[in-house]
Each structure stands twice: as structure tokens, then as C-alpha cells.
Design a protein around this ligand. Structure first.
Ligand code: NAD
Length: 355
């Protein structure tokens, strides 16, 4: 069981150190191999994703990733920016399914901007397709408009497209995930306006025939955005395309109050995966020892569940996190009156103690 550990930049090193502590406390033998990624890799090797780092990730069963990026790299050419490492890893590992759970522990209900009764106990999973859609569709570019009311004027364009196998494989992932949960899938589309998403809806419906035990509903993306803040607990698994998933998963993240609590996983067809917190490198608090390590610790739990087939160990970590929250420990991002404020390291130590 080989895990590639890529801490990255900013708070990445601090939060990954805590997750590693937790993995090492489980009493199993994991082979952990560390490598540079992002700005840290650019500084040392001149590239945000050195070939050796990619190879390590490809040879491992799973990758535990911290975060990359810093404002000081904003002026670098695009290909050398730290964030390119994530795209390179997604491509190099063939990751196509992104899992973003949004869970609101009842103890943290006050941290959400929504009323506690609307969000307390929330537990939904967004399954986002990662390889297709308007983000990668070709052709794209800038040109003189060939037609339309401003023909001849400069314009920019992108192409939205999805192939049938791309939709089929993400549909299977979503239905299988729902089977392990409350057996409900909401497929989010814009079939009323976009040909690509009418096709999406047709293919999802076709695949659903193989999963009759799972309930399927279709919802337009604008309605989904509204329902997520109106009655988020009605959702179990949401499956959607790359762009809608990008937007809705950030909206779902904020339902829970702190981005410091949310893990994520990106998987390929062999269940090899990249596990990372949903947040970035938080340069504003880096090095201060105050970052919340729980999203990364929970990402390690997902790693055990999905890539290493160690569901019991994942359950143990999740129970330990619940326990420290019930005990009233809070990093500053989730602190509220009457709870005990702790730093990154103390939070990691408390999870280890609870284990
Ligand atoms: P960010 O997620 O890093 O930070 C947003 C806000 O949330 C900040 O105020 C930060 O302090 C806070 N925050 C984030 N994680 C936290 C944690 N664990 N505990 C407590 N507070 C936390 O987003 P940003 O500021 O927009 O981006 C900063 C850098 O991170 C940029 O260079 C961006 O490109 C990069 N980024 C990387 C990833 C990634 O590595 N997957 C994702 C998003 C952004």
C-alpha cells in the first residue's frame, strides 16, 4: 500500500503533516513517499510537476495532496504556475471522477450562514465529471467573429462537448456511490437550453436502467443552485458535468461554514485516486500554525475507503474527528463562543488521541 505524499505550498505542508500523523497512528504499514509539487517544486526543479513527482504518483496506490499556489507566482507564464500541477496530475493519472462530500456535523451548525435547522446533519456528495465539458472542448480561442450582429469584431469562444462513454462512466460511479448511501441520484443539467446536456440527460437515463434500486431525478442547474440553499438535505448524490460541478461544489462547501472541513477525492478507472482538501494553500495564514487540518485528515479517510479498500480504518478516522468536535476543540476558522481554540498541530494530536 504505497501512498505518494505531496504537501505542496502554503498551509499544504502543515496540514499534510497532521494527516500523515493520523495515518501512522492506525497501526498499519503504509509506504509513504514524499515529493515536491507546485511552487515548492518550481523553486527546486524549475517545474510545478517534475517528471519524478508524476511518476511517483502514477506508481502509488493513492496520492495524498496538500495544496499548491501562492500569489507570488501570479506573474509566471501559465504552464509554470503551481496550479498546473493539479491539471497535470489529473491528466497523468486519468482522473475523471471528483467526489466532494459536504457534511455538516451538528456541532458546527452555527458555523454555516444558513439557519441551523436547514443545514444541521447535512450529508450530500457531489460527483463531478473532470475530463470533459467546456473546460477542455476544442476548438477554442480568439478570432474575428465570423457572423452574428458584431461580425468582424474580436470575439472569444469555447466548445462544450461530452462523449457518450464519458457520461456513461461518471453515471456508473454516481449510481454505485448512491448504492452505498441513501440510494438517490440527482443529475444536474441544462437540457432545456444546451444540446450537450440534453444528451447528458439521455445517457444518464439509459445507464439508470442498470440501477433500478437507485432513485434518479433530473434537475436544471439553476434550480439546483437554488435548492442547495433552500433545502440541501433533500440531496443525496448529485452528479453533473465539469463546469456545473465546479460551481455547485463550492456552493455546497459553503453550506457547511468552513472550507477547512471539506475533503475531496478524484478517481480513475482503477480506483487510484488523488485525495486533497477542497481548499487552497491559504497564503494569508501559512506558517502561523492555525490552519484547520481536518479537511486533509478526512481526505486521508477517503483515501483509505476508496483506493486502499480500508473502510473500517476510514470509519475510525471519521469517528475520531467527530469526537474531537464533540469535545469542543476548534481551529479559528470554526471557532465559536464556548468552544476551545486550538492550532493545527493540537488538532492533529487530538485526532490521534481520539483514535
Ligand atoms: P484558499 O482556499 O487558499 O483560501 C480562501 C480562504 O479560506 C482564506 O481566507 C484562507 O485563509 C481560508 N482557508 C483555506 N483553507 C483553510 C484551512 N484549512 N483552515 C483555515 N482557513 C482556511 O483560496 P484562495 O485564497 O483563493 O487561493 C490561495 C492560493 O491557493 C491561490 O494561489 C490559489 O490558486 C490556490 N488554490 C489551490 C487549490 C489547490 O491546491 N487544490 C485550490 C484552490 C486555490
Amino acid at each position: 500500500m504505497k501512498i505518494a505524499v505531496l504537501p505542496g505550498d502554503g498551509i499544504g505542508t502543515e496540514i499534510v503533516a497532521e494527516a500523515v500523523k493520523v495515518l501512522n497512528a492506525l497501526g498499519e504499514r503504509f509506504e509513504l513517499e514524499f515529493a515536491d509539487v507546485g511552487g515548492a517544486a518550481y523553486e527546486k526543479h524549475g517545474h510545478p510537476l517534475p517528471a519524478a513527482t508524476l511518476k511517483l504518483a502514477q506508481d502509488a496506490d493513492a496520492v495524498l495532496f496538500g495544496a499548491v499556489g501562492d500569489w507570488k507566482y501570479d506573474k509566471l507564464e501559465r504552464a509554470l504556475r503551481p496550479e498546473q500541477a493539479i491539471l497535470g496530475l489529473r491528466k497523468g493519472l486519468g482522473l475523471f471522477a471528483n467526489f466532494r462530500p459536504a457534511i455538516l456535523y451538528p456541532e458546527l451548525a452555527a458555523a454555516s450562514t444558513l439557519k441551523p435547522e436547514v443545514v444541521s446533519g447535512l450529508d450530500l456528495l457531489i460527483v463531478r465529471e473532470l475530463t470533459g465539458d467546456i473546460y477542455f472542448g476544442l476548438p477554442r480561442g480568439r478570432r474575428a467573429a465570423p457572423d452574428g450582429p458584431f461580425a468582424g469584431q474580436p470575439e472569444a469562444f469555447d466548445t462544450m462537448r461530452y462523449s457518450k462513454p464519458e457520461i456513461e462512466r461518471i453515471a456508473h460511479v454516481a449510481f454505485l456511490a448512491a448504492r452505498k448511501r441513501r440510494k438517490r441520484v440527482t443529475s444536474v443539467d441544462k437540457a432545456n437550453v444546451l444540446e450537450t446536456f440534453q444528451f447528458w440527460k439521455d445517457v444518464i437515463t439509459e445507464v439508470h436502467a442498470q440501477y433500478r434500486d437507485v432513485e434518479l431525478e433530473h434537475m436544471y442547474v439553476d434550480n439546483a443552485a437554488m435548492q442547495l440553499v433552500r433545502a440541501p438535505k433533500n440531496f443525496d448524490v448529485i452528479v453533473t458535468g465539469n463546469m456545473f460541478g465546479d460551481i455547485l461544489s463550492d456552493e455546497a462547501a459553503m453550506l457547511t461554514g468552513s472550507i477547512g472541513m471539506l475533503p475531496s477525492a478524484s478517481l480513475n478507472e482503477r480506483n487510484q485516486g488523488l485525495y486533497e482538501p477542497s481548499h487552497g494553500s491559504a497564503p494569508d495564514i501559512a506558517g502561523k500554525g492555525v490552519a484547520n487540518p481536518l479537511a486533509t485528515i478526512l481526505s486521508a479517510a477517503m483515501l483509505l475507503r476508496y483506493s486502499l479498500n480500508r473502510a473500517q480504518q476510514a470509519d475510525r478516522i471519521e469517528a475520531a474527528v467527530k469526537r474531537v468536535l464533540a469535545d469542543g476543540l476548534r481551529t479559528p476558522d470554526i471557532w465559536s463562543e464556548g468552544t476551545q481554540m486550538v492550532g493545527t498541530k493540537e488538532m492533529g494530536d487530538a485526532v490521534v488521541a481520539a483514535l
